[in-house]
Design a protein around this ligand. Structure first.
Ligand code: BES
Ligand code: ZN
Ligand code: ZN
Length: 494
């Protein structure tokens, strides 16, 4: 859970007339159109200054120009004109991220941004928050990593109204930061039990949290999930997080996450290079946890349930063996031919259990499920698979708006045939090709009739190079997109 002090301070104020005499105390961020027309009109009255700034933006080809002058320091930002379609949230957030990154190094702690429109300000502010993230829990000298920038003021009309809406942006940032933190944490610190403990912190903001231990999971029939955890000294957990902010007769939207706190591959051991990344094989569970924080912090009038399966996949003497047969919650049997295809075993039990016990309107699972999805889509889009056109479309649309984009892949019967086996109802690997699809077919077999979507986030959970709003490392992918989806859904109901 996030401490408010972690975020840099962003305020909204009305501009006052003495503005022009008081330009030395901060960096002033002004916007220009692509044709170099000043969009922030506050400085227009001072002719010498505005023509001086205009000259600077005109002679520069960069979209972010820093000008130091006797009249103060300015960051001139060139941005698109808002056409009838408007800006996407993602465009504005990236603008905010670029502003943050341009200013980080120049040593000013105060920044003033001149823009009137509420929606533009809100998303730029969110971009600034998201790009200011850093993870330095394990650095001796934390101050090095501290933001130099700590006070941002948006000068705009009706600041009170914007301020209220700004809470929503902070709530999104809280969830994203939590998801990023969880992804960053090393596996000796974040294992099933300690992860579950972090989830219980959400009780402070009204989330109902139930943690199931191995004895209970056995009673619940989660043999496939437990089989994965068998090879580890760390015991497995399932956490159910409920936010019931809607009416009791409103349906429940459910989100399910793969939480493999470390994936060594088990007895089908991974080679060292591929194992390096496997602390973040709990990215799906991190996103679900972050989403619950955002939803509860916003006191959303909706019923949301998050279910995460926390295990560690290790090769102990009692680890599951290639060739083992296990029974899942659905009653179907699985031949485990490769212990490294463990995520699907965890999710299979969670999907059946959620469908039977939570009876949600839909289930969306997130999982760093296959390396093959990185071959197909790289680090740009996540893979989407679904048994329902409506839910797939809602996810796609929420992705385009938020910038956390997906691409749908097929689930034809011919692919499903590839996981047939003689000894059991299915095996946990397919043929050499279409690895992400056969994994999704496996999951689909554990959903009876509920609209369901699986998002394979193996390519979008960790970033090796930073982008405007995402420093390198844990991305927190999906918190923004799923929050958007929930809100879109609510709008359609009203
Ligand atoms: N956790 C991995 C998938 C993964 C790979 C995530 C790279 C992030 C980056 C998953 O459990 C796994 O090992 N999948 C295997 C499946 C195979 C054995 C059928 C894979 O993708 O190689
Ligand atoms: Zn694996
Ligand atoms: Zn895995």
């Amino acid at each position: 859970m996030q401490d408010e002090n972690r975020f840099l301070k962003i305020n909204f104020e009305e501009p006052n007339n003495s503005l022009n005499q008081n330009t030395m105390d901060a960096v002033h961020v002004l916007f220009y159109s692509e044709k170099n027309l000043l969009l922030s009109h506050f400085f227009q009255e001072d002719n010498t200054l505005s023509s001086f700034l205009k000259k600077n933006i005109t002679i520069n080809t960069s979209n972010y120009v820093i000008v130091r002058s006797e009249k103060g320091t300015f960051l001139l930002v060139r941005r698109k004109l808002q056409k009838d379609k408007g800006f996407t949230d993602n465009y504005l957030e990236e603008l905010g991220g670029n502003i943050y990154n341009s200013l980080k190094s120049i040593g000013y702690s105060n920044v003033k941004v001149y823009e009137d429109e509420a929606d533009i300000n809100l998303r730029i502010a969110l971009g600034i928050l998201l790009s200011s993230y850093n993870f330095s829990n394990y650095k001796k000298n934390k101050s090095e990593e501290k933001n130099t920038l700590n006070n941002v003021i948006f000068l705009c009309m009706e600041p009170k109204i914007i301020e209220e809406k700004y809470n929503d942006m902070v709530n999104i940032a809280k969830g994203v930061f939590t998801a990023r933190d969880l992804v960053w944490e090393p596996p000796n610190i974040l294992f099933p039990e300690s992860f579950a403990h972090q989830c219980t912190q959400l009780q402070k903001i009204g989330v109902e949290v139930t943690v199931y231990d191995e004895t209970e999971l056995k009673k619940m029939g989660m043999e496939a999930l437990l089989a994965v955890g068998r090879g580890s000294r760390k015991s497995s957990r399932v956490v159910v997080m409920k936010w019931l902010g809607g009416n009791s007769d409103n349906s429940i939207m459910s989100f399910i996450g793969k939480g493999v706190c470390f994936d060594s591959g088990g007895l089908s051991l991974k080679p060292p290079k591929s194992m390096e990344d496997m602390k973040w094989d709990m990215g799906g569970a991190a996103t679900v946890t972050g989403l619950m924080e955002t939803v509860a912090s916003s006191k959303l009038k909706a019923n949301i349930v998050g279910v995460i399966g926390l295990v560690e996949n290790m090769p102990d003497g009692d680890a599951q063996r290639p060739g083992d047969v296990v029974k899942s919650v659905s009653g179907q049997t699985i031949e485990v031919l490769n212990t490294d295809a463990e995520g699907r075993l965890v999710l299979a039990d969670l999907l059946s259990w959620t469908e039977k016990n939570i009876k949600p309107e839909f289930m969306i699972n997130l999982a760093t499920l296959t390396g093959a999805i990185i071959m197909a889509l790289g680090n740009v889009r996540a893979g989407l698979f679904s048994n329902d056109k409506m839910i797939a479309k809602s996810i796609f649309n929420a992705g385009e708006k938020s910038g956390e984009k997906v691409w749908e892949l097929p689930l034809d019967d011919e692919y499903d045939q590839l996981i047939k086996t003689e000894i059991a109802d299915m095996k946990n690997i397919g043929g050499p090709g279409a690895g992400s699809i056969t994994a999704a077919c496996f999951l689909k077999r554990h959903v009876e009739k509920t609209p369901w979507a699986h998002i394979d986030i193996a390519g979008v959970t960790w970033k090796s190079k930073s982008s405007p709003t995402i420093p390198s490392g844990g991305i927190g992918w999906g918190v923004k997109m799923l929050y958007q989806l929930i809100k879109d859904r609510q709008k359609n109901l009203n």
